[in-house]
Design a protein around this ligand. Structure first.
Ligand code: UN1
Length: 509
């Protein structure tokens, strides 16, 4: 098995990204302003990339704008060919790209592959959509008139993505934007630059094969200044940003200041209610995957369990037992279930939150420290903390495998606790009681964008609209009618009569 750096370069070469950005000397540090790609598996340097500048972003947007002007007149079903080809290339390269996701983001192999599958799924969805960008026909109040709406391409879409879904979230945006007739300029997380270059290489190949404009999708890499240049560019009508609420609060006012549109997919503080009637075997499995999968680094990861007092002790005992069997280590080892956190700051955040929860009166049920015996990398032992109340630390999103347990007496109290946080992404209830399930998913139940019954909070399929309310930012991506965010709607009234009646019965002259 070659070392991670060598393997990464092999993968990038095989994906066709053998690569204008890579600076060859693998020296550590970024003294000359270069970006350093690292693996959270062992902290090793995978490569160094020359950072781009705000001027480079402006040039990329100029090229994207020109590509958009060609692309918007290509019929939508023909635009679908580009995304179909991308989906084919992703199928062919699923193993390679999945491995690169594992190396660069630290996901276990199955989750790295799952992320690429999510890309393939959205490509299929978008290809179908390319023949279904439907507008309405609307009855006019005037004789001899017809009203309709059309959906037109919007322009250059800026995509800002996070480290934890380094490839799938780009594909949700890119696949829809491309069939919608838009161009895409993508700023990936500084922590996952190489997977972005891999995706870009596949997209460029797909564009070459179908004869789409080469600049229709581009990547810009760099620090916050590069992101800001994209966010502030008035030629970018839509900025789709995924990441922390803190990031969203920086992006949204800047885009609003130029009256652009934002599609925000920000933090979650996702909870599951476990009712007295819950199938506890199922609940434990659902909770453990949602809380511990991806080492707790999904925006949909489960952070809070709100359990009925009658099943509290039983559930906590079972969770503790299940957590005791988790194998922690290199995500490339097929036996591993819990890989590393992305960097040292993430570990610090985890350890500080565990400590704060205990200071608030929480009882550490299991885990909570650094993992012993795992060489290199940021490995922690997933934690469960039984809390006496929903204190400040519980209301915050700690991006790590840390699960708080809260107790309730009646469903109203559980729903109140559930909704009493600033975030509103994903949620679940485990119950066999149809009244409870329906109440939870009703208007007076969960206030989240995603509300599930008898499954966990994470691992949504692409067919539904994905996103959430409150500090999660309100955006919806991927399935359902999320495509509408990537297009502009024109309402057309057509008069085929010889008269000119005015609406609302107005007489003029
Ligand atoms: C994210 O963490 O930003 O529902 C996206 C899920 C995945 C997507 C997560 N399909 O967990």
């Amino acid at each position: 098995m070659p070392d991670l750096t060598t393997r990464t370069r092999q993968i990038l070469a095989e994906l066709g990204a053998g690569d204008p950005f890579l600076v060859d000397k693998a020296a550590d540090g970024a003294a000359d302003g270069a970006l350093v790609a690292r693996s959270p598996i062992d902290g090793s340097t995978l490569g160094r990339l020359a950072a781009q500048t705000p001027d480079d972003v402006a040039a990329a947007v100029t090229r994207a704008q020109a590509a958009f002007e060609q692309w918007r007149v290509v019929p939508a079903p023909v635009r679908g060919h580009l995304v179909r080809e991308l989906g084919e290339l992703l199928r062919e390269n699923k193993e390679l790209l999945g491995e690169l996701v594992s190396i660069e983001a630290g996901k276990i192999r199955s989750e790295g592959l799952g992320e690429v599958q999510e890309m393939i799924d959205i490509c299929e969805f978008a290809v179908g959509l390319s023949r279904q960008l439907h507008g309405l026909t609307i009855a006019s109040e005037r004789p001899g008139h017809r009203m309709m709406e059309q959906w037109h391409p919007l322009g250059v879409v800026g995509v800002i993505s996070a480290f934890n879904f380094p490839v799938a979230v780009w594909s949700w945006n890119a696949a829809l934007a491309l069939v919608a007739g838009d161009a895409v300029v993508w700023k990936p997380s500084e922590k996952t630059l190489l997977t972005a270059l891999g995706c870009q290489a596949l997209l460029a190949e797909a564009a070459r094969r179908v004869g789409a404009p080469a600049d229709i999708a581009q990547v810009v890499v760099g620090d916050a200044a590069v992101g800001e240049a994209l966010v502030d560019d008035p030629r970018v009508p839509l900025v789709s940003a995924t990441g922390s609420t803190r990031m969203g609060k920086l992006v949204a006012p800047r885009v609003a200041a130029r009256l652009g549109r934002c599609l925000l997919e920000l933090g979650g503080n996702n909870a599951a209610i476990v009712a007295p009637s819950a199938d506890l075997d199922l609940a434990v499995r659902g909770i453990v995957f949602a809380a511990v999968g991806t080492a707790g680094q999904r925006c949909t990861s489960l952070r809070r369990v709100i359990v009925h007092e009658s099943v509290h002790d039983q559930l906590v005992t079972r969770l503790s037992k299940a957590y005791g069997t988790l194998s922690i280590g290199s995500p490339l080892d097929p036996a591993t279930l819990v890989g590393p956190l992305v960097d040292a700051a993430a570990t610090e955040g985890f350890l500080a939150a565990v400590e704060q929860a205990q200071a608030d009166g929480g009882r550490l049920v299991t885990g909570g420290g650094r993992a012993d015996g795992v060489p290199g990398g940021e490995y922690v032992v997933p934690a469960v903390v039984d809390m006496p109340a929903q204190t400040d630390i519980v209301r915050q999103e700690t991006f790590a495998p840390l699960l708080y347990v809260l107790t309730y007496r009646d469903l109203g109290e559980a729903i109140a606790l559930h909704n009493e946080v600033a975030q509103g992404l994903s949620s679940a209830i485990f119950t066999l009681d149809v009244r409870e399930a329906e109440t939870f998913t009703s208007a007076v139940g969960s206030d989240c964008g995603i509300a599930n019954v008898n499954i966990g909070t994470s691992g949504a399929e692409i067919g539904g609209a994905f996103g959430g309310e409150k500090e999660t930012g309100g955006g919806r991506e991927s399935g359902s009618d999320a495509w509408k965010a990537y297009m502009r709607r024109a309402t057309n009234t057509i008069n085929y009569s010889t008269e000119l009646p005015l609406a609302q019965g107005v007489e003029f002259g």
